[in-house]
Design a protein around this ligand. Structure first.
Ligand code: ADP
Length: 490
């Protein structure tokens, strides 16, 4: 059912990672297949079944039954399965990274880091499964006890994007399973193989296929329609665009679905005059160019105070010029391809709009002619709020510098967006750090660092960037409902 083409199949030491997960055998065959392509070459690497709405319905039905058995296990048993899954995940890191790079494009070193990052959520939630504590609240009358307990919400539907095909799924499946939920998952059609691989490892770890079901399919809207309309689905956890998140939430309103939404971002990256220049440049490189700029927490608008502007621009230009662009499978590559030809077109249009409105291209600014979807790492100066890249997620390796003068001015500019996911600020002044971090309307702030994602902290946004948190103790609570019992003792 999954046909891995020779370039992929021959590279895996454990080809069983891409076997059809066992529960597919219980479903009627998919009427068609679709191709998974390598964005570095455009060539096909595998074909997978293209499931349809009837399969989604079937998976939900199975999941609904299986969830009750899964939830009836002790937290210890669920944790043991998750720990075994974590170990298998890391034992297969090279194969998982190869699959990820071939279907998504990011350099192998980044793919390995993503596999480790994804695994860290499985380990964390295996640990947290056993700490899903309740509460006893002092009652207002003397003969009562008030007990509060947490319960799994039930069947969860997960929808993930193509930019972190391993980690985005891990961040949803691990807490859901830890809490005692089951999960029906649709990975992005561009990158279904990473999810199929971890689902096979989950089965090997004793997690039943019905408890974590995977449905590769090209008709994303059909999946969305079914899971938002099916009464057996309790929660939808979605990572993707704000537009699709809004649509799903509207569709789910009729049944009061619970939602976890990780949506778009437009992160400001603020460099004050008193910043450590080297740290700010390092931070900008990682916050802007990781995954070729295709992350929701990527620095989208780089605000640099006048006094440090030229030094920062020159240092950043030097570093950008050294970035090596190429296929992710080449160990020297630091910037891989964008996911599609459409992405190249979008990034090119944003640069053209900025230049037309007065920005200067210091370096890059155009696609690199080759067989894949490569865009040259780009630095723009003279960026202004009227430019489209000030409001749109760039999702490509383009760093626009906006010059600013005062703290109040930059806070106002930074908050001038419908999004509120991440922000970064660089300064040596402790009072400024607290003052600015407090006023930024976002869910996450990186201070003097460009890397903020970790399984121990709550990842998520405010405003149109979403609802709920992934990771940390809060991420587990999002998969539970509270129940309160009022106990009269005499
Ligand atoms: P991106 O721009 O990152 O592709 P999308 O929001 O379009 O963002 O896609 C993120 C995920 O949402 C993908 O798995 C995609 O297939 C899925 N998706 C897109 N449209 C819908 C929809 N109407 N209902 C459910 N899922 C959808």
């Amino acid at each position: 059912m999954i046909a891995a083409d020779p370039p992929l199949a021959s590279r895996l030491t454990n080809p069983a990672l891409l076997k059809p997960p066992s529960q597919w055998g219980a479903w009627s065959p998919a009427p068609a297949n679709f191709s998974v392509n390598d964005p570095a070459t455009g060539g096909r690497i595998a074909t997978v079944p293209d499931f349809e709405i009837a399969h989604v319905r079937h998976a939900i039905e199975q999941s609904h039954g299986a969830q009750k058995t899964w939830a009836a296990h002790t937290a210890r048993t669920r944790a043991d399965h998750l720990k075994l899954w974590f170990r298998l995940w890391l034992e297969n890191i090279e194969d998982l990274a190869t699959i990820l790079t071939l279907e998504q494009g990011k350099p192998l070193a980044e793919a390995r880091a993503e596999i480790r990052y994804g695994a860290s959520y499985v380990e964390w939630f295996a640990e947290e499964a056993r700490r899903l504590y309740g509460d006893i609240i002092p009652a207002p009358v003397s003969n009562q006890k008030i007990l509060v307990t947490r319960h799994p919400v039930g069947v969860v539907a997960a929808i993930t994007p193509w930019n972190f095909p391993n980690a985005m799924m891990a961040r949803k499946v691990a807490p859901a399973l830890a809490a005692g939920c089951s999960i029906v998952a649709k990975p992005a059609a561009e990158t279904p193989l990473s999810t199929i691989a971890i689902a096979n490892l989950a089965e090997q770890a004793g997690i039943p296929g019905e408890v974590f079901a995977v449905l590769p399919m090209t008709n994303a809207a059909a999946f969305g329609d079914e899971v938002t309309g099916n009464a057996k689905v309790a929660k939808i956890t979605f990572t993707g665009s704000t537009a699709v998140g809004r649509k799903l939430m509207g569709q789910g309103a009729g049944q009061i679905k619970r939602f976890g939404l990780e949506l778009g971002g437009n992160a400001p990256f603020i460099v004050f005059d008193d910043a450590d220049l080297d740290a700010a440049v390092d931070g900008a490189i990682v916050a802007k160019f990781r995954n070729a700029g295709q992350t929701c927490v990527c620095a989208n608008r780089i605000y640099v105070q006048s006094g440090i502007h030229d030094a920062f621009r020159d240092a950043l230009a030097t570093r950008i010029a050294q970035l090596r662009v190429g296929s992710g499978m080449n160990p020297d590559s630091e910037i891989g391809p964008l996911v599609s030809a459409a992405s190249i077109g979008k990034v090119q249009a944003l640069v053209a709009d900025a230049v037309e409105k007065g920005a200067t291209v210091v370096i890059g600014g155009r696609p690199i002619a080759s067989q894949g979807h490569f865009f040259g790492p780009t630095l723009l100066t003279g960026a202004e709020r009227s430019m489209k890249l000030a409001t749109d997620e760039i999702f490509g390796p383009v760093a626009p510098i906006f010059r600013f003068e005062t703290e109040n001015e930059v806070v106002e500019l930074a908050n001038d967006t419908e999004y509120g996911l991440a922000a970064y600020l660089f300064s040596r002044s402790l009072s400024r750090i607290f003052h600015v971090a407090d006023r930024l309307e976002v869910g996450m702030v990186g201070v003097n660092t460009g890397i903020i994602s970790t399984e121990v902290a709550p990842f998520g946004g405010v405003k149109q960037s979403g609802l709920g948190r992934e990771g940390s103790k809060y991420g587990l609570e999002d998969y539970t409902d509270l129940k309160y019992v009022c106990l009269q003792t005499q």
